[in-house]
Design a protein. Structure first.
Length: 126
């Protein structure tokens, strides 16, 4: 019974934490040439994440995610995705309508390179 309670508590804590980041987030930064670049991240309630690099309406990545204890875990289940089966771990701290995301580790070089300059994100749907 104690094991069941612990499992339910962990599941509930993960679900409540994930709900904190559900929504649309925009990230902007300057590239090496000084040009502004942007990305839109959509965190869905069903624990899927889409990334629109360039904020041009084209989704480049779709992954599953889990958010717990300030850590964002990302893994693509799509076998056609270049990052299929590879896990990425990012620190993800919330502060009102802002989030701060930093790379911890990522097995996928493409996603790691895309996220290397990520920092502050702004919530768009509040």
């Amino acid at each position: 019974m104690k094991t069941l309670f612990t499992l339910i508590s962990l599941l509930l804590a993960t679900t409540l934490s994930a709900q904190d980041i559900v929504g649309t987030w925009q990230w902007t930064a300057e590239n090496e040439e000084g040009e502004e670049q942007a990305a839109i991240l959509e965190f869905e309630e069903d624990l899927t994440l889409t990334m629109d690099l360039g904020a041009d309406g084209t989704v480049e990545f779709e992954s599953d995610y889990m958010y717990t204890d300030g850590r964002l875990f990302i893994r693509s289940a799509d076998e056609e995705d270049a990052c299929a089966g590879m896990e990425g771990v990012y620190s993800f701290e919330l502060e009102g309508d802002m989030a701060f995301m930093e790379l911890v580790s990522d097995e996928c070089d493409i996603r790691k390179d895309a996220a290397a300059s990520m920092g502050t994100m702004l919530r768009l749907d509040h």
